[in-house]
Design a protein around this ligand. Structure first.
Ligand SMILES: *Cc1c(COP(=O)(O)O)cnc(C)c1O
Length: 357
């Protein structure tokens, strides 16, 4: 099986080895050491400002999105939410569910956020800006420096879902003055799904402290307090946290976050170059390194996904909803190589010959 979806993605051998071990008991100094190192390395890779903290939540990425909406925002906020696809819509739904006043910038699928969208808003009315740095459903990477300038100008709290962007595209929390960054274990971390994590700036931490807790399992006050000694309030996905530790250490030993981002960039470029004369169109503006979102010119996108899966044992990522028949995505996250790109491209060439692509 060759997996080009956007999560879960292909894991490295060393990570899979850990997955086959017995899961250890975790209320131990040894596990606390692992967790403190996880926190240190994530903060280092995100270039989080001094005094930031990292919380590890057991749950997929959405658990951390909801944790942030519940613990960092409140009913006195007025948030700007960017909705350019299914993950932006999720933030909008979470804000509605938790009664966080918000204004939504709705983008057409595949389109970038521009200065024009921001100019129309009087930033002074708002308190927070909530955005998925990479809208994974359409492949659009938003212009974070532009968003950051807007937030700095009006003093807005900047909440960034970088679940598919962290370690794939450059992200510098300090330079952007981002207050919250969220990511998940099954994207660029290339571990099994089940852990998501939240980096909080000192300003975000202050908000958590001041807000009333509204949920026990996803309470950041508890998570941060226990995290000080490398522990979690409840039994976490221990095995995945050990795998994350190995992955973070490996990245650190292999040139750090910059070389990992560079590797993703190289893989994405390699794939795009190899398909340039195929009957495929890049669907969106501002593509990320994480995903190539493609519109096939001749055949149905969902059928192409099905044939690659059933006849070639290669998984690309189908889209849902309105885009189901129109686009598919090829992910570049995880343990993939240029040779893997070639294998996919050869399968696609074969499908072209058969009139199926
Ligand atoms: C994958 C992803 C999520 C989280 O999805 P889960 O299925 O809950 O892990 C959220 N936002 C973005 C941008 C994503 O790519």
């Amino acid at each position: 099986m060759l997996n080009f979806t956007v999560g879960p993605v292909m894991s490295y051998e060393a990570i899979r080895e850990i997955g086959k071990e017995q899961v250890p008991y975790f209320r131990t100094p040894e596990f606390s050491e692992v967790m403190l190192e996880n926190e240190r390395l994530v903060a280092q890779f995100a270039n989080a400002p001094k005094g930031s903290r990292v919380a590890f939540m057991t749950g997929s990425g959405t658990a951390s999105m909801e944790t942030v909406v519940m613990n960092v925002l409140n009913r006195n906020d007025k948030a700007i939410v960017v909705n350019g696809g299914s993950f932006g819509e999720r933030f909008e739904e979470l804000c509605t569910l938790h009664a966080i006043p918000h204004h939504t910038i709705k983008l057409d699928y595949g389109h970038a956020l521009t200065e024009k969208h921001l100019e129309q808003l009087n930033g002074q009315d708002f308190t927070a800006f909530v955005v998925n740095m990479h809208e994974t459903s359409t492949g659009v990477l938003y212009d974070m420096p532009m968003i950051s300038r807007f937030c700095k100008k009006y003093g807005l709290l900047l909440v960034v879902d970088a679940i598919s962007a962290f370690m794939a595209d450059p992200f510098d929390m300090e330079a952007l003055q981002a207050d919250v960054m969220i990511t998940g274990s099954q994207k660029a971390l290339a571990c099994p799904p089940g852990i998501s994590l939240i980096v909080l700036s000192p300003r975000a931490l202050e908000r958590v402290e001041q807000n009333h807790s509204v949920c026990m399992y996803l309470d950041l006050k508890l998570a941060l307090k226990d995290g000080e000694r490398g522990q979690t309030p409840f039994t976490p996905a221990v095995g995945i946290l050990l795998q994350i530790n190995r992955r973070l250490r490996d990245i650190n030993a292999n040139g750090g976050i910059d070389s990992e981002v560079q590797r993703m960039h190289m893989l994405a470029e390699d794939f795009r170059q190899k398909i340039h004369d195929m009957p495929l169109e890049i669907f969106n503006e501002s593509p990320s390194n994480a995903v190539t979102c493609l519109h096939p010119l001749r055949n149905n996108a969902y059928d192409i996904f099905t044939i690659l899966k059933d006849e070639y044992d290669i998984w690309i990522c189908p889209n849902g909803g309105e885009l189901r028949n129109k686009v598919f995505r090829v992910g570049h996250l995880g343990a993939l190589t240029p040779d893997d790109n070639t294998t996919l491209v050869n399968a696609m060439k074969d499908m072209i010959k058969r009139g199926l692509l």
